[in-house]
Design a protein around this ligand. Structure first.
Ligand code: GLN
Length: 614
């Protein structure tokens, strides 16, 4: 097993996750099998109890692991399926060591950070690296390990120490350290400054780690003299210094690495010459260029709670993007804060109220993603009502599906107080109820989590057809509440179709209004399994319906799990069509790939739009 460790220096939010995933893509393109591990030095056992406001979305794995969103980047870029153990946290490591201590496994010794914690980290890495994640048997050839945080953080010290020991243990030729750093340009002189990188490399060396490759984030390609300077001061050969300059979308990053021959540098460090073949990235090149040349817009309103932080809905955004690219459309996302749609905000903040409704009404399609807690729920219900009554394509995910059921019960069945027991525990008409297997006292890992099977009961429904008319599908879940089985009968009689159910037939998984152009809700989260080139069926349905192309899509019959070739015969796009962004015709700005913006604009290479209150 060969290991590539990716560390970050100078500042956080450099796009280390995207860089590490792109290195994985490049190595995979060289014919190697690749797996990955993300180390998060925080004390939480996993990301499950962390607020998306702080950390971005919680990514759910097949095995029910609730992980950092970077695992989503790895799964999407490498088309692999990771396990919960591929996300290491300080919490997990300490728990493991303390459990061992309680069992008496340390035989009376004093248990210490060095060697016990550091040994546990190394054992964990070696064990997890061997788990096959690409559907084939046997361990991968290369494991990419990303160390979260920035060099110098107190929290990451035990990991740095462990990784230093680990690199020595696996030996030269088996370990390659890529350090991602920042080369800023000072506006006054316009000069690329190397000092921050020099300092960060010095810090790394001081901790016992030697970088083999420098990946420098910068607005433009590094000047030759700047590379020479970095090489001299950081003791890294110039051919091992790559620039990750700003690109129009993140699919360019693996191409950027290939152009600068990063694969050759890594091959040399890892003794892969003769094993790694010349990388072919045609599919990535086609996709990156296609994405840049899409002009016909499709406008999707995301009605949510965390609309100020697009990372909170990263997989949803990516799934929308995959589907839009598959339909050759330019995705424009309008963020609609659910609370602003609510009646009280008309008085309290009329400008926000008006702006929110304007965005909702201007959208081609509406998406209500998953969520917890009652803030904004009434606004989401209003959005579902608007979509249902005005025949606007609608996709509700998890909570989004639950609120669609509540809305239907209120408006169509006339149960005005219908609600979820999550928000009004003693409601008279609970159409969403607590699931028997949940826990109200322990929040971590106690939901219905991970991959579960959904059986399609209504074969000629849009959702079943979108999934390729298969009898069942496995998707990932994360919920505590479900549709009240006692109310299913009345809802069905009133015209709400439950097209997908679990293996018992008692748990509702997919809803649909057959008479509506596209009104679909899923209790599962289809976004987690969407991939570039293999867009999620329900997202494809939403995008196609939003462009008036759903019939065409359903007739083509090749929706689910077929690789959506980029070389298809669909005409590309009309280059003359104009994208309206914030009300004005605008060219997309050049972006820092992977950088997280808090106030709309570009997010992870994605063109998004958020209204402001002024
Ligand atoms: N809060 C809801 C539940 O627990 C929905 C969860 C979600 O949207 N992920 O069932």
């Amino acid at each position: 097993m060969k290991y590539v460790l990716v560390t970050g220096g100078v500042v956080s939010g450099l796009g280390k996750g995207v860089t590490a995933s792109s290195i994985g893509v490049l190595l995979k393109a060289c014919g190697l099998r690749v797996t990955s591990i993300k180390i998060d030095p925080y004390l939480n056992t996993d990301a499950g109890t962390m607020s998306p406001f702080e950390h971005g979305e919680v990514f759910v794995l097949d095995d029910g692991g609730e992980a950092d969103l970077d695992l989503g980047n790895y799964e999407r870029f490498l088309d692999i399926k990771l396990t919960r153990d591929n996300n290491i946290t300080t919490g997990k490591i300490y728990r493991y060591v303390i459990d061992k201590e309680r069992k008496g496994d340390y035989l009376g010794k004093t248990v210490q950070v060095v060697p016990h914690i550091t040994d546990a980290i190394q054992e964990w890495i070696e064990r997890v690296a061997k788990i096959p994640v690409d559907g084939e048997e046997g361990p991968a050839d290369v494991c990419v390990i990303e160390l979260g945080g920035t060099i110098g953080d107190i929290e990451s010290m035990p990991f740095i120490e462990a990784l230093g020991q680990f690199s020595y243990r696996v030996g030269p030729g088996n370990f390659c350290l890529v350090h991602v750093s920042l080369v800023p340009v000072l506006n006054v002189v316009g000069e690329q400054k190397t000092k921050p990188t020099q300092h960060s490399v010095r810090g790394l060396r001081g901790l016992g780690l030697t970088p083999n490759i420098l990946a420098c984030r910068s607005t433009k390609a590094l000047e030759e003299n700047v590379k020479a300077k970095l090489s001299q001061f950081c003791h890294v050969p110039t051919q091992n210094i790559v620039t990750l300059y700003d690109v129009s979308n993140i699919w360019h990053i693996p191409l950027l690495l290939k152009e600068q021959k990063a694969h050759e540098a890594i091959s040399k460090v890892l003794n892969l010459d003769g094993i790694a073949k010349e990388p072919s990235l045609e599919e990535w090149t086609a996709r990156a260029n296609l994405c840049d040349n899409l002009h016909v817009p499709v406008r999707i309103a995301i009605v949510g709670k965390y609309t100020g932080l697009p990372d909170a809905y990263l997989s949803v955004l990516k799934a929308l993007l995959h589907a839009s690219v598959a339909r050759r459309k330019k995705l424009i996302v309008d963020w609609v804060p659910a609370c602003d749609l609510e009646k009280p905000s008309e008085k309290e903040n009329p400008v926000a109220y008006k702006a929110a409704w304007k965005l909702l009404k201007g959208a081609d399609g509406i998406l209500v993603p998953g969520g917890f807690g009652d803030r904004g729920v009434e606004g989401k219900i209003l959005a579902a009502k608007y979509a249902r009554e005005n025949r606007i394509p609608f996709l509700g995910i998890c909570l989004g599906m639950q609120i669609a059921v509540i809305e239907f019960a209120r408006s169509v069945l006339g149960l005005h107080d219908a609600n979820s027991a999550e928000f009004v525990p003693d409601t008279k008409n609970p159409c969403i109820v607590f699931m028997p297997e949940g826990s109200r006292t322990h929040m971590g890992g106690t939901m219905r989590l991970g991959s579960r099977r959904t059986f399609f009961h209504v074969k000629d429904s849009k959702s079943a057809k979108l999934y390729g008319s298969k009898s069942f599908v496995d998707e990932r879940h994360r919920h505590r509440y479900e549709v009240n089985p006692d109310m299913v009968g009345c809802l069905e009689m009133a015209g709400l179709s439950f097209t997908g159910k679990d293996e018992t037939g008692k748990r509702m998984e997919v809803i649909e209004i057959p008479s509506h152009p596209f009104f679909v809700g899923a209790q599962f989260h289809p976004e987690y399994k969407s991939r570039p080139g293999k867009a999620s069926p329900l997202f494809l349905g939403l995008i196609a319906a939003s462009c008036g192309e759903l019939d065409e899509l359903l007739q083509s019959g090749s929706v689910h799990n077929h690789h959506q070739s980029l070389a298809g015969n669909r005409p590309l796009v009309d280059p003359k069509s104009v994208v309206y962004y914030n009300g004005a015709a605008k060219k997309p700005p050049n972006v820092l790939a992977g950088v997280r913006y808090n106030n709309g604009g570009y997010c992870n290479g994605l063109y998004t739009n958020r209204y402001t209150h002024e």
